[in-house]
Design a protein around this ligand. Structure first.
Ligand SMILES: Nc1ncnc2c1ncn2[C@@H]1O[C@H](COP(=O)(O)OP(=O)(O)OP(=O)(O)O)[C@@H](O)[C@H]1O
Length: 319
């Protein structure tokens, strides 16, 4: 399978003025590299503030990187209009909050049709037909009846299905799903995850699935990249990483799952990390919180292969 998206050594920092005129720097991407193959779901996981949404915005060209490369479907994405057009048509996004991401004054049909209008795809009748097809694909039925409704007449789960229909109506090759179930009732989450899985399997859409929740990640992903403070600290096939994490931070994220995957219940290790503090600026960014930190962690660990498919940036490696 070919790589659909290649992200190479991406760097981006925000600088803002702190109190007393000091400069506060947030490095949201600090040498991020990964690939997504055609038809693959890569999970990007990390706690709030680790830089996940910023990476999505960098990919979509909404934010400009300080350095590094993004190559989508063979085209390098820069601020040139042709490449931006390529990524904005070929890559769509599903946001966390289906109440905020959909215009309350537009009908479902107009909401789903809008990206076709923006990208001038098809004539009026074709747009309506593509939008109704997309509503069928996300199983909002009866399609014609739902199409006439306004968002306030729908449940949270139905709204998120409308957002998904809107994302797939232009036939994108890649969909970035940013915490798509975290604001939904637990009872409807599984239905949305199953839908995403089905769209990936039936239509070969690649997904970048962004989450802080490793239990949903395990259900949906092929591979996972664990993000801490703008750096990928562990990556590999999702089943292997979740079953035997090498990085203490991955283990800590697993320990925070309230409803763990039954496959992982045999885990013996449970680690306690310290509350989130400001990340170290040099060496391992996680060392201040890590119960396994050693002297060597003052140096910066590189993301290195531990097996053919797995990489970790840690001197200790807990498994
Ligand atoms: N435009 C901006 N200007 C300044 N700082 C920003 C900007 N966008 C994001 N940040 C900061 O960068 C850090 C990472 O934010 P980001 O939203 O990418 O993280 P996240 O992992 O997606 O978190 P969450 O899950 O809470 O959305 C945060 O500290 C945030 O305040």
């Amino acid at each position: 399978m070919n790589d659909l998206l290649i992200v190479k050594d991406l760097k981006k920092k925000f600088t803002k003025k702190g109190s007393r005129g000091t400069k506060e720097i947030t490095q949201v991407a600090d040498g991020i590299s990964f690939e997504i193959k055609q038809g693959e779901t890569l999970v990007l996981a990390g706690e709030s503030g680790s830089g996940k949404t910023s990476i999505a915005r960098l990919i979509l060209g909404v934010l400009e990187p300080d350095s590094g490369e993004i190559i989508f479907d063979g085209v390098k994405i820069t601020n040139d209009q042709n490449s931006l057009k390529k990524i904005r048509l070929g890559c769509q996004m599903i946001h966390q909050d289906p109440y905020a991401s959909i215009n309350p004054r537009m009908t479902v049909l107009d909401t789903v049709k809008e990206p076709l209008e923006i990208h001038q795809k098809g004539n009026k009748d074709e747009r309506t037909s593509y939008a109704l097809q997309a509503l069928g694909q996300v199983k909002l039925e009866p399609v014609e009846e739902i199409a006439r409704k306004y968002p306030h007449m729908l449940s949270g789960g139905q709204r998120q299905r409308v957002a998904i229909a809107r994302a797939i109506v232009t036939n994108p090759k890649l969909v970035i799903a940013d915490e798509p179930v975290s604001m939904l009732d637990v009872s409807v989450r599984i239905g949305i995850l199953e839908l995403i899985k089905e769209l990936q399997q039936k239509h070969g859409i690649s997904f970048l699935y962004i989450t802080h929740d490793l239990s949903t990640a395990g259900y949906i992903g092929h591979r996972i990249a664990i993000l801490y403070s703008g750096q990928i600290v562990e990556t590999g096939p999702i089943r292997d990483v979740l079953a035997t994490p090498f990085h203490p931070y991955t283990q800590a994220l697993l320990d925070s799952i309230s409803n763990p995957d039954p496959d992982n219940l045999h885990r013996e290790k449970e680690i306690r990390i310290k509350e989130q503090t400001k990340s170290a600026q040099q060496g391992c960014r996680f060392r201040e919180r890590c119960p396994y930190a050693i002297e060597k962690c003052m140096q910066e660990p590189k993301l290195e292969n531990v097996s053919k498919e797995r990489q970790v940036a840690c001197f200790v490696k807990i498994n």
